[in-house]
Design a protein around this ligand. Sequence first.
Ligand code: CO
Length: 457
Amino acid sequence: MNTINITETVLRDGHQSLLATRMPTEDMLPILEKMDEVGYRSLEMWGGATFDVAMRFLNQDPWDRLKEIKKCVKKTPLQMLLRGQTLVGYRHYANDTVDLFIQKAIENGIDIVRIFDALNDIENIRIPLEAVKKYGGIAQAALSYTISPVHSIEFFVDLAKQYRDLGADEIAIKDMAGILLPETGFKLVSAIKKEMPDMPIIVHTHDTAGLGSILYKRVSDAGAYSIDTAISSLGGGSAQPVTESIVKCFEGSDRPTTLNQELLSEIAEYFKSLRNKYLDEGLINIQSYFTEPKLVEYQLPGGMLSNLVSQLTSQKSIDKYEEVLREIPRVRADFGYPALVTPISQIVGTQAVMNVLLGERYKICSKEAKDYISGFYGKSPVPIKPEIMLKICGTEEYYTGSPAALVKPELVNARKEFADIVDNDEELLSCILFPQITKPYLEAKKHTDCIEVEILP
Ligand code: CO
């Protein structure tokens, strides 16, 4: 039977969407052996914000998490999310850094790498995708789904063809805002399948606007290979549609899942007790569970809304919330319609806030906004108007090459710079990605190791 496959996201996007990525490694380990028996297509458990947050807020080494999870999960492939040439950080890294990062991720246990770029610029995907293939991983290239005058079905089919030609093993449709309408999803998957009948197509959405289950049914009708869900106790709302409910949606259809439902309910119980703990700790924002159909109009990812609220609250300007919401689509249009996903969503959101608070558009711009307008993040989907470029950068010059080509090889210098504190390539990579947080983290870790040695009998 032609079953529909499921990737469980609770260990990455589920908690990234509902509790700002704060699930520590020790909360994951006790349930992994059970999760390994369910029959999932894969477990998404690394990348995205998990890398940064583990070190910055949880005082944990993300590489240790990967190794620990791999020890417990023997059968189910492990999957990560990679932001193209910006890896799991916020700037473009040199090709040698990208290569080493992917080598170490795969060596330590990652099987499937989902690679995306906010601009859908193939130059930001090329080097990471080639590295995934080189080190034996499955390269899943993602179309960052967004709505604009240029993001037609044809646009995405053409991009999927470019990814295929680059060597992608699979194509994902990444609907990070939960705005892909079920019938559009059906047409999009059908159109890609028509061009490449054998290419596995994976669909990722968020249930923020309440569209998730019907979307999954329709893309499955169109021949999608796999869909992303999150276990009930940490799913739904701004996370993925709920695993058990989706399993039920497909029961009795021509594409049932093969997941073990008894195990699913045991896993749900386990995460329910954790959810209660996170609620007590104030880690879960209840707003994340509210269905927000208006998002389809705003086209904003759910996480961006909560960031906006905290930004405006700290500026004592929460009364400007609606005004900022209306400003975001204008800034996005001025910026040539990028998809609102990390790191571009932060750049556009901050600019919209500044425009509104200062009462003048582009009076002040962040360095990141200037770099973006100059082409240093990649090619915008629509060329940026000269008057916007002049206003923001004072010049109409636009860089059209690959952003990665601007970054010189980094590893030789980094090995010298961090020689005193790093013991291996994994620590070196953490230093290159997040120097400010990794250095004190490693110094403290090494200091603790010393003390432990001293007090041993
Ligand atoms: Co997502």
